[in-house]
Design a binder for this molecule. Structure first.
Ligand code: ME8
Length: 501
């Protein structure tokens, strides 16, 4: 208990407004961080913005503003989205902040002094959109746009020197790269000799970046700069106690598009600088729209603000967490969103609360009645609930959040079936004490489900616990007090009418 836990999201480029893909990783990290806090752990959750590099400079030029002004403006739209999505991050880093620049300079000097940076003239193919030199083979793959031939003097990081140590590290730390198929992908990639990494950009071509401490004609390559954010925030240079508490990070959460930079560049940079490697890098799949990646460049994005306005924050969070099997891609469609919402949230979860509160309000003046005994059916519910909590934790530890949610909903459906079997709406007319037992049992089961689902739906579950007049966050049976008056509520998840959609 009370273990430090440090989770990060990628820091997003500010070349465009956030979309559902960027919101997804941030919500996922938020869910995991809230869950860790619920377990009693001391979670530090970092997100932020990647503000240097060609893409950002180009976006600013296009709008006719200075890159810094562009970043300041864009950061506001990210921050307001995170606020609306109830993101509970502990820090928000921007790579243009001084606290970050000094860490980048320090790491560059350390790596330089270790003899791991050299100057060389390089001629090769350069992908402007990816902001890196690519191989002939990559160029032929058709995945890269805006390819130019460039001949330039630059600084290189001896990444190749650490190839064998990296392979060794990946093999001896099974949790380092997750899921398993991503680990195999990187191990496959590392079978070929690793090239050194070009870590500078001449100012004549790009000046929006952190100047190299050993050559003022160059700025730092945006990825070398950006990855370092993960150690800046917990205080690598300015707070040793905090840094020692949270580093190495428990989890870098990323999308599969940025696996190589995190699984190859970052660990070799850390090795050269003599800093421990993060414990886990977890790469999730992509949200697709009609089987194509949702991305800023394709323009097929869903604006999360529109969805929130139409359907509420928690239902979006729920859908994103329930629908994606972590590690695989998932298709985002409004139709599947509405189906999921109506079946799980309106019919099963929300309806159970309405059933309970209507019966208690009508027959017990709104006071939660006491369960005077535990019969066979009640004991079945109680033991299913104990099983649920156990399974929920196992699924969460395996990053199977969709299954943890499904298990909880199965239990909600079980309580609904128990109600149908016991028919408390009939029982109240014959035997108020037996009906009380059924209602208390249902309410207590629902309370525990709300506690479990609170990292996923922090807002709605808070309302639910308010209705049950409890602030008990315990996950054991019996946390609900009887004799308390229910709070008033409107339907938790009003059914979406599909007639006009
Ligand atoms: O790559 N589905 O920033 P970025 C799921 N600045 N996740 C998606 C997604 C989709 N369709 N689209 C984007 C960068 N993402 C760098 C990172 S880190 C030191 C620097 C998410 O703005 C996913 O997490 O392009 C992906 O890895 C990230 O956004 C890329 O964000």
């Amino acid at each position: 208990m009370n273990k430090p836990f440090y989770i990060t999201t990628p820091i997003y480029y500010v070349n465009d407004a956030p979309h559902i893909g960027t919101a997804y990783t941030t919500i996922l990290a938020d869910v995991i961080s809230r869950y860790q806090k619920q377990l009693g752990n001391d979670s530090f959750f970092l997100t932020g913005l990647d503000e240097h590099g060609q893409k950002v400079q180009d976006a600013a030029t296009k709008r006719g503003v200075h890159p810094k002004d562009h970043c300041d403006e864009m950061s506001k739209s990210f921050l307001s989205l995170w606020e609306r999505l109830h993101i509970s991050n502990n820090d928000f880093i921007r790579t243009t902040e001084d606290r970050h620049k000094i860490v980048v300079e320090k790491i560059l000097k350390t790596v330089y002094n270790a003899g791991d940076i050299y100057e060389d003239e390089y001629e090769g193919l350069y992908s402007v959109s990816e902001e890196r030199f690519i191989t002939e083979k990559e160029a032929e793959s058709g995945q890269f746009r805006d390819i130019k031939k460039l001949k330039e003097k630059n600084y290189f990081f001896k990444m190749s020197k650490y190839q064998n140590s990296l392979i060794e590290h990946i093999k001896s730390n099974p949790m380092f790269l997750q899921p398993e198929h991503r680990k195999n992908e990187i191990l496959g990639f590392l079978k070929q000799p690793l090239n050194d990494l070009c870590i500078s950009r001449p100012k004549s071509r790009l000046n929006w970046g952190i100047e190299l401490p050993f050559d003022s004609n160059y700025v730092t390559y945006v990825w070398f700069d950006a990855l370092i954010n993960y150690i800046t925030a917990p205080g690598f240079l300015n707070d040793k106690i905090l840094f020692d508490k949270y580093w190495p990070a428990s989890m870098h959460l990323i999308g599969k598009d940025i696996l190589t930079t995190h699984a190859v560049y970052w660990p070799t940079m850390l090795m050269s600088a003599g800093i421990e490697l993060p414990k886990t890098i977890f790469a999730h799949g992509w949200w697709l729209m009609e089987d194509e990646k949702m991305s800023k460049s394709t323009g097929n994005v869903i604006n999360p603000m529109d969805l929130i306005d139409d359907y509420g924050v928690d239902s979006i969070r729920y859908y994103l967490m329930r629908e994606m099997v972590l590690g695989q891609d998932a298709n985002f469609t409004i139709k599947s969103f509405i189906n999921r919402y109506n079946s799980d949230l309106a019919n099963d979860f929300g309806n159970l609360l309405s059933r309970i509160s209507t019966l208690i309000n009508k027959n017990y003046n709104g006071y939660i009645p006491e369960a005077s005994y535990m019969g066979e059916e009640e004991n079945k519910i109680k033991s299913s609930c104990i099983d649920l909590v156990e399974k929920f934790d196992i699924y969460m530890s395996k990053m199977s959040i969709n299954e943890a949610i499904e298990e909880t909903l199965q239990f909600v459906r079980k309580i609904n079936r128990y109600f149908e079997h016991m028919a408390p709406w009939k029982l109240v007319k014959e035997d108020l004490s037996s009906a009380a037992t059924v209602l208390y049992t249902g309410a207590e089961g629902l309370r525990i489900c709300s506690v479990l689902l609170s990292p996923i739906m922090p807002e709605r579950t808070k309302i639910l616990l308010y209705v049950l007049n409890t602030d008990s966050k315990i996950r054991n049976w019996g946390g609900l007090d009887y004799g308390k008056k229910l709070g008033e509520h409107t339907p938790l998840f009003p059914r979406i009418n599909t007639d006009n959609i």
